[in-house]
Design a binder for this molecule. Structure first.
Ligand code: GDP
Length: 171
């Protein structure tokens, strides 16, 4: 019979952007979650939902653990980049991390779909997805399909649209 394809999706963004809250919506009853907390202090969350494996981590810590998290780039078939739309102070940090990610040798020349969640859309001072897209310079991404959705990870609003886009790109 047909064999189900196993895929790995990376979920990245700065700390506090909403990754864990968002991931809770992607966990099924039988999803096995494992929190790996190595002595070095770099946290990775991994779980499997059907044939999709999710690997999530914070892009923070002044790049101290960069080589550890970059090790996950090679095996991913999709990327979810989560942005706190209300965190104007750290927006430039998020942009720097995105640029560094897109330039990485294990990412740069691959046609990996990138889904952006402009999260915390419910916060009054949140920037719109259109503004975020312009500020991140997403139209410069020429060799990867990308999509941006405003989301509220608490209520789950916007998540379905994003995930449908991403799965449509991977399969
Ligand atoms: P992580 O560090 O990226 O995993 O972020 P968390 O998922 O832990 O979320 C950080 C904080 O932001 C928590 O207090 C969440 O409840 C809150 N949060 C996450 N998503 C949203 C959202 O869409 N709207 C609002 N208002 N708060 C959110």
């Amino acid at each position: 019979g047909l064999r189900r394809r196993e895929v790995n999706v990376l979920v990245v963004g700065l700390d506090n952007s909403g990754k864990s809250t968002l991931l809770n919506h992607f966990k099924s009853e039988d999803s096995k979650s494992s929190e790996i907390v190595p002595t070095i202090g770099f946290n990775v969350e991994k779980f499997q939902n059907k044939n999709v494996g999710f690997t999530a981590f914070d892009m923070s810590g002044q790049g101290r653990y960069r080589s550890l998290w970059e090790h996950y780039y090679r095996d991913c078939q999709g990327i979810i980049f989560v942005i706190d739309s209300s965190d104007k102070l750290r927006f430039v940090v998020a942009k720097d991390e995105l640029d560094t990610l897109l330039q990485h040798p294990d990412i740069a020349n691959r046609r990996i779909p990138v889904l952006f969640f402009a999260n915390k859309m419910d916060v009054k001072e949140a920037m719109s997805a259109v503004k975020i897209s312009a500020a991140l310079g997403l139209d410069r991404i020429s060799n990867k399909p990308w999509h941006i959705c405003a989301s509220n990870a608490i209520t789950g609003e916007g998540l379905q649209e994003g995930v449908e886009w991403l799965t449509g790109q991977i399969w």
